[in-house]
Design a protein around this ligand. Structure first.
Ligand SMILES: [Zn+2]
Length: 444
């Protein structure tokens, strides 16, 4: 049984799907006006691991994640570069997908865009206006938060408390300062015709419409970064309650933020790390190992120290797998496909417990220890070694970490044989040379 922390109920709950054996999952995607930074990379990895976990536990998953291709920032960038919003959006959508691939994440099944959903968005806003949940002021349309009694259920903030402590932008047009724009009148940048005049949609509506459009009126999992909980997810949920009278999602899953050297990443601090640069520098496996080394609801720190720790840990896991493969190849032994079911189940149990990756890592280390013990025997039992090796590979697959099988050529075999002979003959000078050659080939 997979259990997940639900931000709406503040509890770890048993996961019960709407449709047996299937999961509908929606994760808010980026506004495409710049490259993905390492903060964007975290939900890519977190929700990819969740998808893989569901699949390992026998579910099928439909994963939808949008691209916000209409926004002030995109309009501004297009104006600065003297080009169209579409050119800007295409550039960063492509870059974003490249990072997903670079990170070995499975691409979402559907990636809807605002520009391709405009008719549905306008119809949705129109329905909210007609049902009295939204009001029109001089070409702008606002959602009335007071019209939904459940407002505040996702972020656990009550409107009266919000209003008391709020320092938000005052806008004379709004009935309540927390009312938010569903449609903005505009004469600058990309715009569409609507019942309220030329304009463009506000950000909070698109996800609701895309969920309804692609997955239905209620989904299993709605995910995203912690920073989206309020107001974005609160506002999404409120619109669905207003329009369809039901909860948008059964489970609201939020990942915590990423820090750089213990500090919040921000433009003003100038410490933004682009995801593509990080993955280029560290490689896919190390980046993913580091991201999953911390529980997804805890802050993740990128620093020389955490990177170094992750590097050592990953080496400790991957090196014995490689050694097992090489030793088996040299002995012409087949390790087969069987895996240690008890260890693999222990890993899944840890993951099923609200994706407790630190506990899951402990199971990986324990299995690697057993593999090492097996490999140290004078007569290696390759069948036993194989069950541990294969179990670890299956665990790593759920984390999206790829185990590459070393290729042993005849030349390599000869080199190993010469090394062993030299050692036997106590010809240490030659042994050292062979050892260095093998090491250079990455075979030791
Ligand atoms: Zn969203």
């Amino acid at each position: 049984m997979i259990r997940l922390y639900n931000s709406r109920t503040l509890k770890v709950e048993d996961f019960v799907p709407i449709h047996e054996g299937h999961v509908d999952m929606y994760v808010c995607g980026p506004t495409v006006y710049n490259y993905a930074h390492i903060g964007n990379a975290r939900p890519m990895v977190v929700f990819d691991v969740l998808k893989r976990l569901f699949e390992a536990e026998g579910y099928t998953v439909t994963y939808v994640s949008n691209f916000t291709d209409v926004d002030d920032k995109i309009i501004k960038k297009a104006a600065e570069e003297g080009t169209t919003e579409n050119v800007i959006a295409e550039r960063y959508i492509e870059a974003y997908q490249q990072v997903r691939t670079q990170l070995n994440t499975e691409l979402p099944d559907i990636t809807p865009r605002v520009t391709e959903t405009m008719d549905e968005i306008i119809a949705f806003v129109d329905e909210l206006v007609k049902s009295g949940h939204a009001y029109v002021v001089d070409g702008d349309v606002y959602f009335s938060v007071d019209s939904v009694p459940t407002y505040g259920e996702i972020s656990h903030q009550k409107l009266d408390q919000l209003e008391a402590g709020a320092r938000i932008e005052t806008n004379d047009q709004k009935k309540n300062p927390y009312d938010f724009a569903l449609w903005k009148k505009t004469d600058m940048g990309i715009k569409w015709n609507s019942p309220w005049g030329m304009g463009r949609p506000g950000w909070h509506t698109e996800c609701v419409v895309m969920i309804n459009d692609n997955l239905g009126e209620k989904i299993d999992i709605h995910g995203g970064g912690m920073d989206l909980k309020f107001p974005h997810h609160e506002n999404e949920a409120a619109q669905q309650e207003a329009c369809h009278g039901n909860a948008l999602a059964n489970y609201w899953i939020h990942n915590a933020m990423v820090n750089i050297n213990g500090e919040k990443m921000s433009k003003s601090l100038g410490n933004t790390m682009w995801a593509k640069d990080v993955v280029d520098a560290l490689g896919t496996n190390l980046t993913r190992w580091l991201v999953s080394s911390v529980h997804y609801r805890k802050e993740l720190n990128f620093s020389d120290e955490t990177i170094e720790t992750a590097r050592k840990e990953l080496d400790k896991v991957l090196t014995p797998l490689k050694q097992a493969d090489i030793k088996a190849a040299l002995a012409n032994a087949d390790m087969g496909e069987a895996y240690d079911e008890a260890e693999y189940r222990a890993f899944l149990d840890a993951m099923d417990d609200d994706m407790n990756t630190p506990n899951a890592y402990a199971v990986i280390f324990e299995t690697v220890k057993k593999l090492n013990q097996t490999l140290r025997q004078r007569e290696i039992n390759f069948e036993a070694a194989g069950t541990y090796r294969n179990a670890v590979e299956k665990m790593l697959n759920i984390l999206g970490i790829v185990v590459e099988k070393p290729v042993i050529t005849d030349e390599d075999r000869e080199l190993f044989a010469k090394w062993n002979e030299a050692k036997k003959a106590k010809d240490f000078a030659s042994a050292d040379i062979y050892r260095a050659q093998l090491s250079e080939k990455g075979l030791l």
